[in-house]
Design a binder for this molecule. Structure first.
Ligand code: G6P
Length: 619
């Protein structure tokens, strides 16, 4: 949550910062702001606004080129934790100000939480400081200013300030005393340095800087950074220089643009066939042979698996459990990371911990990994983000190669995470001889068809979802039903709908629905049933009939031409017939589109739903 950027270089500083923030808005959009260090000035310049970035962009444009000479600055986009989304609470925060209207000699932007801010505020008040915001961040600015005013160089002042902080942070600061540099540091929250020629950059994530550079330095916990136009240096807290190899990121800057689509979510839904192709490439050949040699772990000795994840990634874990238990016959526990980290979990060195995180920086997932380390578990990370924190915490990494995902609600990475877990299931099955060679190859060949089948699903659904949207016009809730893997798809469908349309929605095992949720059912609570295959289809159908008998408007996700579905459902969202392993993958696509169109019909911002952030770096 919250995104930060920093820049030192040419006189296009404001432009670079604004562009960086545009690509970080997925991290929060409660407010945004810039702090600019102008040589010779008495105080740091600032501009900040409540609301999405366009408000800040308008405010910047009203400065009529006043910032054209600026070469050094930092920026922030906020997801509020401490203090409401007001202008006073918007970053940057200042220290060292002379009077009421003054900005101050130092400014900071921060992503994270200063846990001991109450004590620090008290202490600072005792020394005569007054505070302008309700944020935890403001204490950093005041502590820093005290040291700068006492004559400490900016980097040393920041280092000494950090020694006082408990909690998590990525923080960047500028000062009018040293206007040619930005200093920054991180502990738990992410921070990268982008390398340019005659200019250098800082950001919370590489996506912010892909239009500028593909060369990065990753900053580790407890390190301090200083960038100028000609240097980017990393130091320990003791001031020792650190050597860090340059990391090249191969994402295409075009990938973070809309490319003709109305929203990122719609674009990302339609990118799914290509995303799955990339994820499978080099890992599954045309004969159905899996190659996961990139996983440098002894998978043959695994006796138990724990998947830890949050949100959509957790649902991918549930689908992975179905496949791993079915094909490899290894018991799998799927745990919500925020629970697992405090659960005193059971495990040993034969436990494989699969940590799934699109961003690779969700703090609960990272903490769950640490917890698993305590019992000796080996960690395989599944992430979409090259060089992210989780890639550095894990013993092995499998990248979902979907390209950047910008919309807050995950779509393409969900399908890719699930696909990766299916590959892991097949690999484990091979190692344990749990499937015959012929069976394994057949399932492998079926999985190879995932991109094609998802493409076919998108074609089948063209123009069909809008019909289902009508059933949501008066809806006060929605119930998603399925059994087995379709139940996991139902959970994800319900999450998508509530995330972006704000309609309360539940995903439930179809057979369990009679034990509670059926009480919700009436004509204003659409029931979305994922019928699935074989016996499950039969059983789900009869559960759905029970809701029809109580006046439910049913939307069925079913094979095209399924006459039973046609009989009970007001609307059928057709999916192609597929081999079993692809059933939940293709069934997820109509649910994504349903959530999308319902939200659009309500005039909502599907890419930036209220109160959410894509990357949750606080507990
Ligand atoms: C947030 C996002 C979700 C995402 C979850 C886990 O809640 O809004 O879309 O599934 O975080 O994020 P991760 O990056 O760990 O997959």
């Amino acid at each position: 949550m919250c995104g930060i950027v920093g820049y030192v270089g040419r006189e296009r500083c404001v432009e670079v910062l604004m562009e960086g923030l545009r690509h970080l808005e997925y991290r929060g959009y409660d407010s945004a702001g810039l702090a600019l260090a102008v040589p010779g000035a008495d105080e740091v310049e600032q501009v900040k606004r409540v609301g999405p970035l366009k408000e800040l962009a308008e405010a910047v444009s009203r400065h009529n080129g006043h910032f054209a000479q600026v070469r050094t600055g930092v920026g922030h986009t906020r997801w509020a934790t401490h203090g409401r989304p007001t202008e006073a609470n918007a970053h940057p925060h200042f220290g060292g100000y002379a009077g009421d209207g003054a900005n101050g000699t130092v400014a900071v932007v921060h992503n994270g939480i200063v846990e001991n801010h109450v004590e620090l505020k008290e202490e600072l008040r005792g020394r005569g400081h007054t505070f302008r915001s309700e944020t935890d961040t403001e204490v950093i600015a005041h502590l820093l200013a005290e040291r700068v005013e006492a004559g400490e160089p900016l980097r040393e002042a920041l280092t000494n300030t950090l020694r006082r902080l408990q909690g998590s942070f990525a923080v960047a600061a500028v000062s009018v005393r040293e206007p040619e540099k930005v200093v920054a540091a991180r502990h738990q929250s992410p921070l990268v340095v982008g390398l340019g020629d005659g200019e250098n950059f800082l950001a919370s994530a590489v996506q912010a800087l892909l239009g500028e550079t593909h060369r990065f330095l990753f900053v580790e916990n407890g390190e301090v950074v200083e960038i100028t136009d000609s240097s980017a240096r990393i130091y320990t807290m003791d001031g020792e220089p650190v050597e860090r190899e340059t990391f090249k990121v191969d994402w295409d800057p075009e990938a973070v643009e809309l490319g003709g689509y109305e929203d990122y979510m719609l674009k990302e839904i339609h990118e799914q066939p290509a995303a799955l192709q990339a994820t499978l490439s080099g890992r599954l050949d045309a004969d159905g042979v899996v190659d996961l040699s990139e996983v440098v772990l002894d998978l043959a000795s695994v006796e138990r698996i724990v998947v830890v994840a949050c949100g959509t990634a957790y649902h991918a874990g549930l689908l992975g459990k179905h496949a791993i238990e079915k094909y490899a016959r290894i018991p799998v526990e799927v745990a919500v990371a925020s629970e697992y980290r405090y659960a005193d979990p059971i495990g040993d060195e034969k436990t494989l911990v699969i940590a799934i995180s699109q961003s690779g920086e969700t703090s609960d997932t990272l903490a769950a990994v640490q917890t698993a380390r305590e019992f000796g578990g080996r960690v395989l990370a599944v992430t979409n983000t090259q060089g992210s924190l989780i890639t550095r915490e894990a013993d092995a990494v499998l990248l979902t190669k979907t390209g950047p995902e910008i919309a807050v609600a995950s779509t393409k990475t969900f399908l890719a995470q699930t696909t990766i877990l299916y590959l892991v299931a097949l690999e484990l099955a091979r190692l344990r001889g749990a499937l015959s060679k012929g069976e394994a190859l057949e399932i492998g060949r079926a999985l190879r068809r995932a991109p094609e089948k998802v493409e076919e699903t998108l074609d089948l659904l063209y123009g069909r979802v809008e019909e289902a949207v009508e059933l949501f016009e008066e809806a006060r809730c929605a119930l998603f039903l399925g059994r087995g893997a379709s139940h996991a798809a139902a959970l994800e469908g319900a999450l998508k709908l509530k995330e972006i349309s704000y309609i309360p929605a539940e995903g439930y095992p179809a057979g369990e629905m009679k034990h509670g949720p059926i009480a919700l059912v009436d004509e204003r609570c659409p029931v979305i049933s994922i019928l699935g295959e074989g016996l499950q289809r039969e059983k789900t159908l009869s559960n759905v009939e029970e809701t029809v008998a109580r006046g439910a408007n049913v939307i069925a996700v079913a094979h095209k031409g399924d006459t039973d579905a046609g009989r009970i459902a007001r609307v059928t969202l057709p999916v192609p017939e597929t081999p079993e392993i692809l059933g939940a993958l293709v069934a997820s696509v109509p649910l994504q589109l349903l959530a999308y169109h319902v939200a659009k019909d309500r005039g909502l911002n599907v890419d930036k739903p209220r109160n959410l952030a894509k990357s949750v770096t606080v507990e």
